[in-house]
Design a protein around this ligand. Structure first.
Ligand code: FAD
Ligand code: EPU
Length: 339
């Protein structure tokens, strides 16, 4: 394992922000990982675990060690007539893993097609899209405890998953490295989920009536490609903010003023699409300096010129938070990890 100094991270974050890491190493096995931690990490040196770099924003150079987890491997265990456990190492690319499962006709991840990043990061924010979250098929992940350097197992309960949330963003923040993740998938009689968003109409466009999991995946990919900018063409990290949930009584007040507000009631709370709030504040497609809110999806902030600094993107996001608060009285929370 080679430790590189003053290493550029421009190709390791999908915003394409030009920052560097004081030290950078790629690890391809658990042994290399523990060796790197034993040899190089002291309490004074900050540590950052890096997957695909698709959900973080570097606002400055990283004055510590970046460990790029590139551990690979997928294993399978048939556990019943129609269920299989599939385990993928942290460094497996998420979309390649979804594709692997679809080729084997394993169902459960098709609605999560084309999400960037790595398998090892998927529990961090319980990645979700089109009516599915990983918590729906998650069985466990193996983690390395950074204090003890022991391997531990976290089941779904211990992960404490929520909407774009898990223990790893809270009490467990910076304490564990996720090594691999196990999912329970179906091998037949798949449960097909087409209720969410535009999946049904996209399947109709494709002339499909009783879709297979592979066809659901295709529909999801088509929808995503029609509105989400490809980070290779324009730097971004997907949704920059979470969709806020507000108490019912607050919602009723906002709705009186803005009757057309889209909303998704959920128990005592009501979820509002942040993209709508941002668009209503006039930000959609608006560019300031090198940063913009995307013209097709206001919730996605983009490095419009390729020259944006992380601080510039962060400052732009602060202006959006202020606008939404002033107009609607609603607090937006950043979804992207700010480093
Ligand atoms: P990174 O950006 O590398 O890391 C994110 C955070 O996790 C960092 O704090 C990092 O230190 C930490 N981390 C990384 N790996 C580990 C590990 N093994 N152990 C411990 N900590 C770790 N997300 C969704 O949920 N749904 C979507 O539909 C979606 N669409 C997107 C569309 C686009 C175009 C983009 C660019 C992003 C989108 N995202 C979406 C966000 C992103 O893809 C996910 O959050 C993804 O899981 C991030 O994975 P990553 O490997 O790139 O993480
Ligand atoms: N909307 C607008 N204007 C916009 C964008 C959205 O008015 O510019 C409104 C519309 O009413 C639209 C609604 O917002 O119907 C929802 O938009 P969309 O279907 O595009 O989904 P989203 O809520 O903006 C969420 C996730 C995405 C995920 C999609 C599909 C969050 C923060 N984002 O976006 O995840 O792919 O649903 O399930 O929950 C990500 O996390 O990075 C991400 C891309």
């Amino acid at each position: 394992m080679k430790i590189q100094k003053n290493f550029s991270l421009k190709n390791h974050n999908t915003f394409g922000v030009d920052v560097s890491a004081k030290y950078f190493a790629e690890v391809t096995s658990l042994e290399e990982l523990t060796q790197a931690l034993n040899d190089s990490v002291t309490p004074e040196i900050p540590l950052l675990i890096l997957g695909g770099g698709s959900n973080l924003l570097f606002t400055k150079d990283f004055e510590g060690l970046v460990l790029h987890l590139n551990v690979k491997g997928i294993s399978e265990e048939i556990i019943s007539e129609n269920e299989v456990l599939v385990t993928a190492a942290a460094g497996e690319n998420w979309q390649e893993f979804v594709q692997f499962c679809l080729q084997k006709n394993y169902g459960g991840l098709e609605n999560l097609s084309l999400i960037p990043g790595n398998v090892g990061t998927s529990p961090m924010q319980n990645i979700g899209a089109y009516g599915t979250e990983i918590k729906d098929t998650f069985v466990q992940c193996r983690v390395l405890n950074l204090e003890t350097l022991e391997v531990e197992i976290f089941d779904a309960e211990k992960c404490n998953f929520g909407y774009r949330e898990s223990v790893f963003k809270h009490e467990g923040k910076g304490k564990y490295i996720i090594l691999d993740v196990t999912f329970k998938l179906s091998t037949k009689d798949h449960s097909i989920k087409t209720e969410y968003g535009a999946i049904k109409s996209e399947l109709e466009n494709l002339g499909i009536e009783n879709p297979t999991i592979q066809q659901v995946s295709k529909a999801v990919i088509n929808i995503r490609q029609s509105k989400l900018p490809d980070p290779k063409a324009m730097g971004n990290a997907g949704s920059f903010f979470k969709n806020p949930s507000i108490p019912k009584n607050q919602f009723v007040e906002v709705q009186e003023k803005y009757p057309e507000i889209p909303n998704y009631p959920n128990g005592e709370l009501v979820k509002i699409p942040a993209g709508w709030l941002i668009e209503q504040c006039g930000w959609k497609g608006k560019q300031m300096g090198n940063v913009a809110s995307h013209k097709l999806q206001a919730l996605v902030l983009v490095n419009a010129t390729g020259q944006a600094s992380g601080q510039e993107i962060y400052d732009f996001s602060t202006l959006i938070i202020k606008s939404v608060k002033e107009k609607f009285g609603i607090d937006l929370e950043r979804e992207v990890n700010i480093i």
